[in-house]
Ligand binder design. Structure first.
Ligand SMILES: Nc1ncnc2c1ncn2[C@@H]1O[C@H](COP(=O)(O)OP(=O)(O)O)[C@@H](O)[C@H]1O
Ligand SMILES: [Mg+2]
Length: 413
């Protein structure tokens, strides 16, 4: 083959190692053996789902681990505590209230694809046959046909509640923020209220990206009593460390302590990055045939991790730097900003960080001017100003991405 083996040999080694089932940056966890931390939140989910009339609303930033927590906990409850069905609906912009419950309604014997049914009235034999499901007896004397329009009302919360209330189980409505119409979110809230009034054993777990629970229920007033909100924050460093060490151990890989610390630091509470960087480190070690993961291995892994990162983050950094005259200086500034711990930072804090971390001194006016420049543009900008004198990354995952992209960039460090 002119171009070598297209990396097939390396791929074969990686697949054989099983590392892609251990570090899964793009797939939520759904089994307890790969699930770490989140004890308090999982305990709360278990207790709410097992309390009559109570349902769950789980919200937080993208990538903090919402789907993993919801899926792992629901499956555990259905395995250990109660029997019942598990339904999962991942919403997208084409969904509405009526498309969410199709599968659950099907379990109740309602097939929404049959909107009409033709009935044949056999006057001779007196039998009434549904033409959709049964064959008519052709030997009969006189037949009349009537088309019945069925009274399916899948967009009515009370109709859906009437049918679902007798089911037992849990329905996970994921990415509820993707629903475009606020009235669909309100209808989910209404359905929850009705299921709760009926003391139904059919529980809803609504999950979505939001800063407040209200965003996902469109501020429905009377649902608060039966819909318990759980806000999921970033993971703590100790739990991120558990993800790395348990995964590496199970593969017999030996990362240096400094590598583990660096992965935790870059992750900044987002398990997605922990999985991504650990995966790339592990893959590099497996291909080299050396189980020891050093800082050099980490450095090349960061390059690979950047290539495998979400396009939106890459595009935002590229489009920001492309229009600047001195991109190198801005890269440095952004990297330092990603080390400011609070979500929002002041330029004085950044000045301090530049001095203490890199020994660089910049006057405050120049720094403020540069930061403000990063909040201006026709497209979505990398920073915005939440309040006067304060700056914040538009995408909360950007600091982790910058640390990966720029730590691996020799020109900056
Ligand atoms: N508790 C956890 N333990 C281990 N890995 C986790 C945990 N929570 C999330 N992850 C990992 O983090 C990444 C993002 O998780 P996910 O549940 O998809 O986040 P979200 O739904 O908030 O976007 C996935 O790769 C998942 O495997
Ligand atoms: Mg998710």
């Amino acid at each position: 083959m002119a171009n070598g083996s297209f990396g097939l040999d390396n791929e074969a080694l990686i697949i054989k190692s099983g590392i892609r089932n251990v570090f899964t940056p793009h797939i939520p966890i759904d089994e307890i053996s790969h699930f770490f931390g989140r004890e308090d939140e999982a305990t709360r989910l278990v207790s709410v789902i097992n309390s009559p009339g109570q349902h769950i609303l789980l919200y937080g930033d993208r990538g903090v681990g919402k789907t993993s927590l919801a899926k792992t906990t629901c499956k555990l409850i259905l395995h250990k505590l109660q029997r019942g069905h598990f339904f999962e609906k991942r919403c997208d912009s084409g969904d509405s209230f009526s498309s969410i419950f199709v599968e659950a309604l099907e379990k109740c014997g309602i097939d929404l694809s049959f909107r009409e049914a033709t009935q044949t009235h056999n006057q001779g034999g007196g039998a009434v046959l549904n033409a959709v499901f049964a064959k008519a007896d052709l030997s009969t004397k006189r037949e009349t046909k009537t088309t019945i329009v069925t009274t399916f009302k899948p967009d009515s919360p009370s109709w859906v509640a009437k049918h679902l209330k007798s089911l037992s189980g849990i329905m996970l409505i994921d990415e509820a923020d993707a629903l475009q119409d606020e009235s669909d979110k309100k209808k989910i809230a209404e359905l929850i209220k009705l299921l709760s009034d009926h003391k139904s054993n059919f529980k809803l777990v609504v999950v979505g990206i939001a800063a407040t629970g209200e965003e996902l229920t469109a501020g429905h007033p009377s649902v608060e009593r039966c819909l318990k909100e759980v806000s999921l924050q970033r993971m703590c460093d100790e739990d991120l460390k558990k993800i790395i060490l348990n995964g590496m151990n199970s593969l017999n890989l030996r990362p240096d302590d400094s590598v583990v610390e660096k992965i935790v630091d870059i992750s900044a509470g987002y398990p997605h990055f922990t999985h991504l960087i650990s995966l790339k480190c592990g893959e590099a070690a497996i291909v080299r045939g050396n189980k020891h993961i050093t800082k050099d291995v980490l450095k090349s892994a960061l390059n690979e991790a950047v290539k495998d990162s979400e396009g939106a983050l890459q595009r935002m950094l590229e489009s920001t730097l492309r229009v600047l005259n001195t991109p190198q200086e801005y890269k440095f500034l952004l990297l330092t900003a990603s080390y400011c711990n609070t979500p929002e930072f002041r330029s004085s804090e950044l000045r301090e960080k530049l001095k203490s971390k890199f020994g660089v001194i910049v006057d405050s006016q120049t720094l403020s001017r540069r930061l403000t420049k990063l909040t201006k543009g026709s497209e979505k900008t990398i920073l915005y100003k939440p309040a006067r004198g304060c700056f914040q990354f538009t995408d909360p995952r950007m600091p982790s991405f910058l640390k990966m992209a720029l730590n691996a960039d020799d020109d900056v460090m």
